[in-house]
Design a protein. Structure first.
Length: 285
């Protein structure tokens, strides 16, 4: 069709004479509509989000069983495959426990430590966070945790810290075991702080630091000897319930490790450099 086509749509020009319109019937390009890019969430994500909110708000209590897959599909109007995918999302997040078998089902559970650890570790490793940055966080948090432990620890927790201290000392000639027991020692103090966020954070950071400092000659005999002495000082302050002394003792201990990292590792070192899928060694702190 051309402008001279007698059958073309016509409009009046400025002088009142009818002229053919070149715009009528034109196919618009997608850019002509000014539409933003639209993203429609998957049905399984919508169902998972709905159930997640009910779990986190306490509306669905820990231990209760969700309706069976068939009933959830009928109620939501979704396919059983979509329901199954939504439940799998929640299982990965640690919000439900899927138990197979005739007497099984999908039980609600409280958020655990593992999803938090995976998030922290995934962020640090994926963003290639510098190891000194991770150590700085530990240096800011761990002395406070030791002070809280001095005030709040139970006899059972004190016993666990004491046992962890002894285990570190007994493992000085076995580097791998020494490093493992050292992580246990730090985490046991974080647990005794009775602050769940501190405990979760220190659990994640301790393993990351252990992974990130896998370099030759970082774990010297002198380092291990100083570690044992520092642990004893922290334990004594916690045992005596002296918050300020526990804070200072732990602060000196982790600061010494921070200095060692700064002296012996390149400034650009990242935690991911020490990760190879297996436990690594670190200069004990």
């Amino acid at each position: 069709m051309t402008a001279s086509d007698p059958d073309a749509p016509r409009r009046e020009g400025p002088d009142g004479v009818a002229v053919a319109s070149s715009r009528v019937g034109r196919r618009l390009n997608e850019g002509d509509l000014g539409l933003p890019t639209l993203s429609v969430p998957k049905a399984s994500d919508i169902l998972a989000d709905h159930l997640r909110q009910q779990i986190l708000s306490g509306e669905l209590e820990e231990g209760v069983f969700l309706p069976v897959e068939r009933d959830l599909a009928a109620t939501s109007g979704l396919s059983r495959g979509t329901v199954r995918e939504a439940l799998r999302i929640l299982e990965i997040e640690g919000l439900v426990d899927i138990r197979p078998g005739r007497s099984g089902g999908t039980a609600v559970r409280r958020p655990g430590l593992q999803p938090f650890e995976r998030s922290i570790q995934g962020f640090v490793l994926g963003r290639r966070i510098r190891l000194p940055s991770v150590v700085e966080v530990r240096e800011a948090v761990e002395p406070f945790a030791a002070g809280l432990a001095a005030e709040r620890r139970t006899e059972e927790e004190l016993h666990a810290i004491t046992e962890a201290t002894t285990a570190v000392e007994a493992a000085v000639d076995d580097l791998d075991r020494f490093l493992d027991e050292n992580v246990v020692w730090h985490v046991s103090i974080a647990r005794a702080s009775h602050n769940e966020l501190i405990f979760a954070l220190m659990s994640s950071l301790s393993n990351l630091i252990r992974q990130g400092t896998d370099i030759p000659d970082f774990n010297r005999e002198e380092t291990k000897r100083l570690t044992v002495k520092a642990h004893r000082r922290v334990l004594r302050a916690i045992n005596e319930g002296k918050r300020d002394e526990a804070f200072v003792a732990m602060s000196r201990h982790v600061h010494g490790f921070h200095v060692a990292v700064a002296d012996r590792l390149p400034e650009e070192s990242v935690v991911a450099d020490g990760v190879d899928g297996s436990p690594s060694a670190d200069g004990a702190a």
